[in-house]
Design a binder for this molecule. Structure first.
Ligand code: GDP
Ligand code: MG
Length: 662
């Protein structure tokens, strides 16, 4: 049996899903973290699977999340719906419930966050609620794992007996009632043949839902008759069709809540949140505080904690490499294999590996921001600013994730409901410097700007954002005219970050990085080592400038001469960076063979190189994510070319301008 987990954003779906299946999905105090649907087997019920659907407020067909959820319910016809309802916000949550009830699928209502309701003196009469809604209601607290087993038991029972929701009339006799009934009657046969529940189809049709209308494929006569009925209803109750449907649902919910719910008093958490928000989202304080927080995070990551740990790890790896070198020499291993291990694996993978602590530290801070609920505020605060460049506050989430990795960032754009906003955000996320580039910046900053490392880092990040803004402005004037959709989001209460959640995210990122280091980067490293050790006739070269690699790099190098780094080794490093950005470091490390960076770069060309790596094409993984999300390989290719062109132009400008001073 398959159960769908449906509910509003932030109602605790993922928390419940994790408890039901024993998995470790990321739980966030932020709407829109779960975008893909996730499937798991229910603990103790081997033949039952549960699907964590994206959070939605209504079954409209406008955002991707709504469409994913709707299509799943309509096409897959799960054996049961677990409708999770945030009991602290029951009125708003029931709005979705009423639409789910028209789906004609066995449904159980999971009344979540009951711990909070009780703690603040509220009560909910679940028995009465169950009678009024015509479905079983189980009070739970997902976070404390209370009532979850009972919920599973009731769901399995209900699904086995195929008990459908008993109530689908949400309004008393009157114009709305009449209208829904006659529309139901007219479309019944069509709904059946397109496998849609009649009542769902009828209400959605009245709301002018384009997808339902298309599926129903009604005749001219029927359409006229329905239009006539709807207009009649609009006149009789003095509301337009959408308002009439919403009004019907809210009236019903109001009635239900009057009977079943004793409201909790304002919770301590909420009061505290309002107080904190006065500063963190205050008119004058919000942006300075945001800037300060981000600056401290970068400072702590790149100059203090992360850097210290990275140095420590690098020392360890160096020691190990030296010991291995000595041991292999003593053993008298074949020099080519010796070189593979020391110059290839240790120099390449080891060089990249030592940056792990910086990345983990950065994610430690980012996950705290998310978990406390501050990330949601950032979206709210940034909305006004982003609107000026044609984006909405929602775009800030993918962008912040983009500082970690462009792949999930591009995927997170699915939370943007309008196609225009979504595509524009996808094009702009690569300008948010991803964490794989950190090793490059760190290597160069340490070599050329020993004392001002954090400033170089922050400068690069800001520069990326700046160029992103310029590009957004340009795109907004040309291919992406129009306005972003208005931004509505509920701000969750601030809370103390959960250690588990933070550690989990850090672990995920570390795992991800290690996986890349030992797969993609490892292979890239071996390839580079091979190409630079052998020449075209597969003889071992003594001078790497005669190697296969040098030939490829030399072919490209002239194009990079005007931007200040025409050496074949640098061109090669940039090519490997397309596979994975960290490889730029490992390739340079291998090709330099122990020589200092300053033998290849001056301060001037170092800065133009940093700018170039900041802006040039995203890596293969990111490009394939872009291709998937934009739905076209050609557009993805366009992104690669455009980004590289922007990088070249800007790096050229930087190099020429610096030439005036340096
Ligand atoms: P989703 O967006 O619906 O997947 O919701 P999540 O599972 O990510 O949870 C949203 C937030 O609500 C997280 O901060 C959870 O820790 C919190 N939460 C979930 N269940 C409960 C609960 O039963 N009680 C309380 N107090 N908080 C909960
Ligand atoms: Mg979730």
């Amino acid at each position: 049996m398959i159960f769908a987990l449906a509910g509003n954003q932030n109602s605790g779906k993922t928390t419940l899903f994790n408890h039901m299946t024993g998995s470790n999905q990321h739980v966030g105090n932020f709407p829109g973290v779960t975008v893909d649907q996730k499937v798991g087997t229910v603990i103790g019920q081997k033949d039952c699977e549960v699907v964590d659907l994206p959070g939605i407020y209504s079954l409209r067909p406008y955002s991707d999340e709504e469409i994913v959820t709707r299509n799943f319910l309509l096409n897959e016809r799960p054996d049961g719906i677990i409708n999770i309802v945030d009991a602290t916000n029951i009125e708003r949550n029931l709005y979705l419930t009423l639409q789910l009830l028209t789906m004609q699928i066995p449904t159980v209502l999971a009344l979540n966050m009951m711990d909070e309701v009780r703690a603040n003196g509220g009560t909910i009469d679940t028995k009465k609620l169950s009678e009024q809604l015509g479905v079983p209601v189980v009070p739970i607290s997902a976070i404390k794992n209370e009532g979850v087993q009972e919920l599973v038991r009731v769901m399995v029972e209900t699904a086995r007996r195929r008990e459908l929701p008993k109530v689908h009339d949400f309004c008393p006799a009157g114009p709305v009632h009449r209208c829904i009934h006659s529309v139901c009657h007219i479309i019944e046969d069509h709904a059946q043949s397109s496998r849609m529940p009649a009542r769902f189809a009828a209400t959605k049709f009245i709301e002018g839902d384009p997808i339902v209308s298309e599926l129903l494929d009604l005749h001219r006569n029927d359409l006229d008759a329905i239009e006539h009925t709807i207009v009649q209803m609009e006149q009789d109750c003095g509301l337009d069709r959408n308002a009439a449907m919403a009004d019907m649902r809210y009236n019903f919910i109001e009635g239900v809540c009057r009977e079943c719910v004793v409201k909790a008093h304002e919770s301590r958490e909420h009061k505290r949140s309002v107080a904190i928000d006065r500063i963190l989202t205050g008119k004058y304080t919000a942006l300075p505080v945001f800037a300060l927080i981000m600056l401290s995070i970068f400072f702590l990551t790149f100059n203090v904690i992360g850097k210290f740990l990275s140095d420590l790890l690098a020392m360890g790896i160096d020691g190990l490499a030296m010991a291995a070198d000595r041991a292999l020499t003593a053993y008298g291993l074949n020099p080519v294999v010796h070189s593979l291990i020391i110059d290839g694996v240790f120099a390449g993978v080891g060089g990249v590996l030592s940056f792990l602590p910086i990345i983990v530290t950065l994610f430690f801070f980012l996950s705290i921001l998310e978990d406390t609920g501050y990330m949601a505020r950032i979206a709210f605060v940034m909305d006004k600013l982003l609107r000026r460049i044609g984006l909405s506050g929602r775009s800030v989430v993918p962008m912040l994730i983009g500082f970690g990795c462009t792949v999930p960032a591009v995927m997170a754009t699915r939370t943007l409901s309008a196609d225009r906003d979504r595509r524009l955000t996808i094009l702009l996320t690569p300008f948010m410097s991803c964490s794989a580039k950190i090793p490059i910046y760190a290597l160069f900053a340490a070599a050329f700007f020993a004392r001002g490392q954090a400033f170089v880092m922050i400068g690069l990040y800001l520069f990326g954002i700046l160029i992103g803004i310029v590009c957004a402005k340009l795109l907004n004037r040309t291919a992406f005219r129009g306005k972003p959709v208005p931004f509505v989001m509920e701000l969750p209460n601030y809370r103390f970050p959960s250690l588990r959640s933070v550690l989990q995210l850090m672990w995920e990122k570390a795992k991800d990085f290690l996986q890349r280091a030992f797969t993609v980067i490892f292979v890239a490293t071996l390839l580079i080592w091979f190409l630079q050790t052998f020449d075209a006739k597969l003889n071992v070269v003594t001078d790497s400038a005669k190697s296969l690699l040098a030939m490829i790099g030399t072919a490209i190098a002239p194009a990079l001469k005007p931007v200040g780094f025409g050496d074949w080794r640098i061109a090669t490093a940039l090519i490997t960076g397309f596979i994975a950005k960290e490889s730029v470091v490992s390739t340079l490390q291998i090709l330099l063979g122990g020589a200092a960076l300053s033998s290849l770069f001056t301060v001037r060309s170092c800065l133009s190189f940093l700018v170039f790596t900041l802006l040039y094409t995203p890596c293969v993984a990111a490009v394939s994510a872009v291709r998937r999300e934009l739905g076209s390989g050609l557009r993805a290719l366009g992104v690669v070319i455009a980004q590289t062109a922007v990088a070249w132009i800007v790096a050229f400008a930087v190099y020429q301008l610096l030439g005036i001073w340096l």
